[in-house]
Design a protein around this ligand. Structure first.
Ligand code: MSP
Length: 514
């Protein structure tokens, strides 16, 4: 039986259009899902929309739409972007699905029966934009008004509410973090969570609202709707139930990973494990909390007018360039500045000069020296060939380790080093001299080796470069699905007498505008 891998993005608020931050997380999740598939896992990839709550209700009203009209419209806009970015999810989850609503209601009842829920009075400063209670220590006061750390104005809440007894689990969650060091990536976020939230006023969580009704009604008391974060987090499990994949992908045998960025780490790392623990359900294995994409003028925001539209980037540079740049140049640990000039130089150096050039050189040399036919494979004693043989083995031996690190930066660097070594091999081997001297055997072996090396590059970047892969496979006459990277040596024999096609330019260099 294949190993299982479940990866999720956050389900995005349905109150606005997607920007490059949403695109970044979703591309990364898509790549991780495709990488795991590449090494033989069964995968399930979830993305979707968070469609309830006060923010959605208020935004719809401002736009003269009903909440349902607005969420339907925005779900289509997000799905359209994912299509343009070649995102292959297994479910586009929406919290307005009836199955999800029923699931949340059942879990609420279960928590009520287990006596983890009580009715009380909720008094708090609240951020509607973040849909989050703000602790007194986090409130920013300015001109007699109160704001959250992201500059959203806070409102006073004072209403009847159900509470979840999360405070009972304070020691449990601290121990959990202590014992499971690799639960949160990067680990530097753990101290932040413990100091700012767990050791600082960790009180029971208000989990219902009565001041608006765009949400899931609580069966036992329908004037209350479920707090949007409780509703939303449950989507990760209700989606699997909906698709009959729960037993397969939420079991202890499955690797379950949530991908998100730092501002919602608290909900995923503290509250979500507690909800699951209360319900005796499996916990996720890992939460990857990446940094933000910011611009040269700071964090993207509508009011600053610096929001970058991913659709514009795709039409200017193409899907592959956007996917590759995001995966190579943006960091998980820190915030990264999005910069078009860097995108252009990354495109030119890595995609046009390295990737495209390797496919083109391999095809060109096989055309020139062997009329486009891959020669018979025979081992010789040529030292450069022997060394390169070892280099391929070294590259292949690290593939799984790199993919299992779940860090696409590492994967890309691994392949970049290999690409540099292919170019170096060609420069040192000087096939043009052997061709002149008529040294057939060593030249043939060299052509066999660079053909398989180019195939490995194409194979290894195929989860990122979804369009270029098709073109490169065409040129190299390469069937990705039949390739077994662990047995790469077999293809030296299998490819004998195969016809290589003339090269086409995969990535045209972009000229800098200046
Ligand atoms: N609806 C909640 C999530 C509920 S999950 C159970 C939410 N939605 S959101 O629309 O605000 O999306 C937040 C997520 O979008 C971040 O966690 C991150 O994955 C992505 N990004 C949004 N802006 C971002 C950047 N500027 N940079 C990188 N990613 C960020 O929170």
């Amino acid at each position: 039986m294949n190993k299982k891998f479940y990866i999720t993005t956050p389900i995005y608020y349905s109150s606005g259009k997607p920007h490059i931050g949403h695109a970044y997380t979703t591309i990364m999740a898509d790549c991780l899902s495709k990488y795991k598939k590449l090494i033989g896992y069964d995968t399930f990839f979830l993305t979707g929309m968070d469609e309830h709550g006060q923010k959605i209700e208020e935004t719809a009203k401002k736009n003269n739409l009903s909440p349902q009209e607005m969420i339907d419209k925005n779900a289509m806009i997000f799905q359209d972007l994912w299509k343009k970015l070649d995102i292959n999810y297994d479910i586009f989850m929406r919290t307005s699905f009836d199955e999800h609503k029923k699931f949340v209601q059942e879990k609420f009842t279960e928590l009520l029966n287990k006596k983890y829920i009580y009715l009380g009075e909720w008094k708090s400063k609240y951020c509607v934009s973040c849909e989050e209670n703000i602790n007194s220590s986090e409130v920013v006061k300015k001109d007699n008004k109160f704001y959250c750390q992201f500059g959203h104005e806070l409102i006073d809440k004072n209403e009847e509410s159900y509470f979840l007894k999360v405070s009972l689990f304070k020691d449990w969650i601290k121990d959990f973090f202590k014992n499971k060091k690799d639960f949160i990536v990067p680990q530097s976020r753990v101290n932040e969570l413990v100091n700012n939230f767990i050791d600082n006023d960790f009180s029971d969580l208000s989990i219902s609202r009565i001041s608006f009704d765009w949400g899931i009604k609580i069966n036992e008391n329908p004037k209350h709707v479920v707090y949007v974060w409780l509703d939303a987090l449950f989507n990760y499990v209700s989606a699997l139930k909906m698709k009959n994949k729960f037993d397969e992908f939420w079991s202890d045998k499955s690797e379950k990973v949530h991908l998100l960025s730092k501002e919602i780490t608290r909900f995923h790392c503290i509250y979500w494990p507690i909800f699951l623990k209360m319900l005796d359900l499996e916990l996720p294995n890992k939460i990857i909390s990446h940094g933000w994409i910011i611009t040269k003028t700071g964090k993207m925001s509508k009011s600053l007018g610096n929001v970058i539209d991913p659709i514009e980037l795709i039409s200017e540079f193409g899907t592959d360039a956007v996917r590759y740049y995001f995966m190579k140049d943006l960091s998980i640990e820190k915030d990264s500045i999005f910069d078009k000039d860097l995108l252009i130089s990354c495109y030119n150096s890595d995609l046009a000069n390295n990737y495209g050039n390797i496919v083109s050189r391999v095809s060109g040399m096989i055309q020139k020296y062997r009329d486009g036919i891959i020669p018979k494979f025979k081992k010789t004693k040529n030292k450069l060939n022997i060394d390169f043989y070892k280099r391929i083995n070294e590259f292949v031996s690290k593939v799984e380790q790199c993919i299992n690190s779940l860090n696409v930066n590492i994967i890309v660097n691994h392949v970049l080093n290999f690409e540099n070594d292919i170019n170096l091999f060609i420069e040192n081997f000087k096939p043009w001299n052997l061709f002149k001297d008529g040294n057939k055997e060593e030249l043939n072996e060299f052509l066999n080796l660079i053909n398989v090396a180019a195939k490995l590059v194409v194979w290894y970047l195929s989860p990122i470069l979804t369009n270029a892969t098709k073109i490169a496979c065409d040129v190299l006459n390469f069937d990705l699905n039949k390739f077994n990277y662990k047995k790469w040596e077999n293809s030296l024999k299998e490819d004998e007498n195969k016809k290589i096609n003339p090269n086409v330019i995969i990535f045209e260099r972009i000229k800098n505008k200046e």
